[in-house]
Design a protein around this ligand. Sequence first.
Ligand code: ATP
Ligand code: MG
Length: 505
Amino acid sequence: MEYLVQMHNMTMKFAGVVALDKVSFDLRPGEVHVLLGENGAGKSTLVKILSGINHPTEGEMFIGGTHFTHLTPAMSKDNKIAIIYQELSVIDELSIAENLHVGKLPTKRILGIPHVDYAKMNEHAKELMDKVGIRRSPGTLVQELSISEKQMVEIAKALAADARILIMDEPTSSLSVEETDNLFDIIRQLKADGIGIIYISHKLKEIKRIGDRVTVLKDGKYMGTRDVSDIEVEDLVPMMVGRQVQERFLRPTPPEAEPEVLFSVRNLTRRDRKARNISFDVYKGEILGLGGLIGAGRSEAMEGIFGVSPISEGEVYLHGRKLEITNPYSALKQGIAFVTENRRETGFFQNFEIWKNISVTTNLKKSRFGGFTGLTDEKQEREQATHYSEKLRTKCWGIDQMTVNLSGGNQQKVIVGKWLAVNSDVFIFDEPTKGIDVGAKSEIYQIMRDMVDEGKAVVMVSSDMTELLGVCDRIIVFSNGQITKTFMNEEATEEKILYAAVSAY
Ligand SMILES: Nc1ncnc2c1ncn2[C@@H]1O[C@H](COP(=O)(O)OP(=O)(O)OP(=O)(O)O)[C@@H](O)[C@H]1O
Ligand SMILES: [Mg+2]
């Protein structure tokens, strides 16, 4: 068989939006076909046709040679298509093994009555978990896992379904370097077994590493397909964005002779000890980077600072004044903003219009007694929302659009936007460019630089080495829950950061 999938002239219209406009796409056995495009280009919409969620307005497709105008989720499954969504769909309250067997629990009969065969289920789960490198017991509840582990469970789920066509929508967005290497090993094995993989990612470097062919979408239109061996990745960027963008970094500002300390953390230790003895200063006008491996305790330390998680010890100072942080709301009131890594789960209202989501934090901060008491100013809120959504190039028909209908990356932009809109002294960003396309990344860096130039301070947790080195004035490295090293930008290198990142394990 020549093709696993052939899609012709796929068109998908949502109320008022043409998400796909006559797009053609195909997939061969044993290849990785990368789908590339800016936030809102139509990538997820296209693959959701294959998973049976979207029924195209026009177009036809052949799956394994059979003709279809649309699929349902059941037909998709019957045709051995599995998808790992951008939004994780594991169930927190179930164990890893249960998640891997949802809908197909192994049973055994006891006194003639079917019971779940736990032993069999756990054994099968263990096999799948070994394949993707999850080192946990199969009975572990998924809520105890880190985001990256949850991601691996998603992948194991697809393997459990014995897929021939595997779709991965931004699978590495929360994976560490090792986990990504591990995933790529798994992908190579799957390829060798003749499985075709559709791979979506904003990490351009991955195309050369894992891709065989690449198709570019822009504003729902098909821009072309190339063999990866024939191209340089840079050549794809103008196809994607229709303009020249270099991964533009802003030169860090030279340090002042006697920089003014704006924000300090002293001896912070979390009650669960996931971050210990954390002390650092952030200077006025500085972007401070926090590097380290995923799970090194950076997000955990930030959660401790912001009052999300209880601490057993430690102080936080702003302008030399000690803060009393009891919960996130009090942190916000006292001048700290925190864009969490887990943006989908925290502080995001699916069924709010864009402008309302952007105003939420500002209103909370303004209100005098907590909650949403006090005056609001709709005109000003709408202006502010327009400003930030334009600045971040959010793809939407207007600020009255429901946030839930935006593409994954554009939802992220709304959440980043709502924190940018708060007038805080210190901004903590946890992986701010995760899932964000190349063009909008530069905008976010620019916004951070503008903020610190106005006398604020930025702390950025990032697992992207190029970003840390390209954007931050200083870099602090975490390893195993502690700080192991601090570098000035000009002395930092990838090797030195990595070395410090593994030094405490
Ligand atoms: N259910 C929906 N209702 C209305 N519009 C939608 C819906 N789903 C997607 N869209 C719109 O379709 C367009 C394409 O979205 P899609 O999610 O396919 O983008 P994407 O390429 O996956 O982007 P990202 O990189 O941000 O994930 C966007 O403009 C989005 O707002
Ligand atoms: Mg998407």
